[in-house]
Structures are given as C-alpha cells and as structure tokens.
Design a protein around this ligand. Structure first.
Ligand code: PBG
Length: 324
C-alpha cells in the first residue's frame, strides 16, 4: 500500500466513518469496580488520593454495590480493612471477618452481581507485608496455608470468585487444592499473575491501610524491568489452575498485556491501579488534561493491548459514558 493510491485519511473524515472502522470498543461488560470496606456503622470516609472512592462500612457498601449493579457493571472486587491487625493476619480468615461479613450481606441484598474477593494478607498483618514473616522476610510456604484458609473462608461466605494477589510461589495451586477439597471445585480463580513491585500502588495503600511497616515488597512482587519472567509467572498460574490471569499495573505494562494475549488463551484481566487513577484525577484538577478523555483513552489502550477485563476505579464514571 503506497501513497497516493492509499490515503488513510479517507476513512477518518467524519465520526460515522471512524465508528465503522473502529477496532477496539470498551464496554461496560469489561469493567470491574474495586471497593474498600471497613468495620463499623455509617462510615463513609473519603480516600484523599482517590477522589470519589471511600472506605465504607458494610451498610454503605451494600448501597454502593446496588448502584454499581444498576450502572450495568458486572462485578466488584472487595478489599477489607479489619478492626485489628496481628502477626498472623487472623482477620483475613476468621468466619466473621470484615470481608466474610461483607460478602454475605452483598450476596443477600444484591445477589445478581459477581463478587470477587482479593486474597492477600497485607491489610491484616501488623507489619503490613503480604504473608507470614520469618527473619524479616515473608516465608512462602507457611503463607500458602494462610492464603488457602483465607480463600476458603471467602468461598464459604459466598464469594463468586477469589483473586489471590500476594505473589507467593504456588499460591494458585494451594488455593485451588483447598477449594476443591472443600467442594468448591466450580469456584473460579482470578490470579494476579504478573504483579509488579510498583510505586503506582501508593494511593491504594492509604485506602487499604496496608503500607509495609519496614522494607518493601520486592522480594515477592516482580521487578518492573522483567517481561520474560512475567510469561513464566503466568505459565505457573495457568498450570496451577488459574481461570483468569492478570497483569498489574496496566498502563505502564501494556507490553506485558500484549505478550500475555499472544501467548495464552485464557481471559486476561488488567488492573488499572490506584496511582494511574490518581494521576489522571490530579492532572485534570489542575486543568492540565481533560480527565474524562484521558480516562477513556486509557481504558481503550488497555483493551487494545489485549485485556478482556479491566479492573478500574473509573468504572462508575466510564459506565455512565458508555451507556449513553
Ligand atoms: C495487595 C494489593 C495491592 C493492590 C491490590 N492488591 C497493593 C500492594 O500490593 O501493595 C493495589 C491496587 C491499586 O493500587 O489500586 N493486597
């Protein structure tokens, strides 16, 4: 194809032409909305670095989930902030823990929405790391048992899908086995497979009160410089029984999403994380970019890279635009 025989501008002339040849369309069906729940009653505390997002007690959470369902968004992803944290993350797996109660109440009041639970320990440990400590590092195999117990407690509470995010080796297999043994062989796992040690989680850690008290997460989350390793991580999760694989964060890792799309034929989720959300909001507030356009362009890029599912704090705002 050479100019002047081929002139790409011919089909860019007007919006109808552009609509006809548009390759990527974000749909409300693609979206998952993350929510933070905290113990107490009538609590709705704004998260300063994530405008429009709150730490909510279960009463408010249920109302919010109802609104999300009415907006046409098919799923929510729940994070819990427990009443108290301890060395062993007991708040993560006790029967009446914050997530277990929240799931029960949502399934009771808003049954027709997919409730996904984040399976990790950093919100529940006093030290803020994602697992059990041994000599100031997270011990992989003892953590696996706690993660499996946590996932199982979510299943018992009625979760529709569990999403392990601790980046422990073997976590998907350990959870799959525990679920299968307890009769939850039909409960799917969305695995945070390629999760990077990213600074873009900053605002989330304020929201989930999960900043590590010492050190960082580099001994378990991936080095941002590595792409081949992401493929190895995803392969492990696929072999261990993941139903959906995830790349996280999204925008700085579109190449990883694309490679995953080319190498695996499972559904791919991408997590458009808190820092990505905060940056767009901050720049829009300063009048430096058009926030709405930046949001849609970002979501479109993530989909174009190959994601089927986009986990995003923009979900309610995007759903409004997509449905009108
Ligand atoms: C871990 C977890 C984190 C996020 C989701 N699950 C934080 C972390 O690994 O430190 C980050 C999500 C975001 O930034 O939006 N439980």
């Amino acid at each position: 194809m050479y100019f002047p025989a081929y002139r790409p501008r011919r089909l860019r002339k007007n919006e109808n032409f552009r609509r006809m040849i548009r390759e990527t369309k974000v749909s409300v069906d693609d979206l998952v909305y993350p929510l933070f729940t905290i113990s107490g009653k009538d609590v709705k505390k704004p998260i300063s670095s994530m405008p429009g997002n709150f730490q909510m007690s279960i009463d408010h959470l249920v109302k919010e989930v109802q609104k999300i369902k009415e907006a046409g968004i098919p799923a929510v992803l729940l994070f819990g902030i427990p009443e108290k944290k301890d060395e062993t993350a007991s708040g993560a797996f006790i029967k009446d823990g914050i997530i277990q109660q929240a799931v029960k109440r949502i399934k009771d009041r808003v049954p027709d929405i997919v409730v996904i639970t984040d399976v990790c320990l950093c919100e529940y440990t006093s030290h803020g790391h994602c697992g059990m400590l041994e000599k100031n590092d997270v011990d992989n195999d003892t953590t696996l048992e706690v993660l499996a117990e946590t996932a199982l407690s979510h299943a018992r509470a009625g979760a529709d899908m569990v999403a392990p995010s601790a980046m422990m080796d073997g976590q998907v297999g350990a959870i799959r086995e525990a679920l299968d043994e307890a009769g939850y062989e039909n409960l799917p796992i969305m695995a945070y497979s390629a999760k990077y040690a990213s600074c873009f989680y900053g605002p989330f850690r304020e929201a989930a009160e999960s900043t590590p008290k010492f050190g960082d997460r580099k001994s378990y989350q991936m080095d941002p410089a590595n792409a081949d390793e992401a493929i190895r991580e995803i392969s492990l999760d696929v072999e261990e029984g993941a139903d959906i694989i995830m790349v996280k964060p999204a925008l700085p890792y579109l190449d990883i999403i694309r490679r995953a799309r080319e190498e695996f034929d499972l559904p791919i989720a991408a997590y458009n994380v808190s820092g990505e959300f905060a940056m767009i909001n901050a720049a829009a507030k300063l009048g430096w970019i058009d926030g709405e356009k930046a949001m849609m362009e970002s979501l479109t890029s993530i989909k174009r890279a190959g994601a089927d599912i986009i986990i995003t704090y923009f979900a309610p705002e995007a759903a409004k635009l997509l449905r009108t």
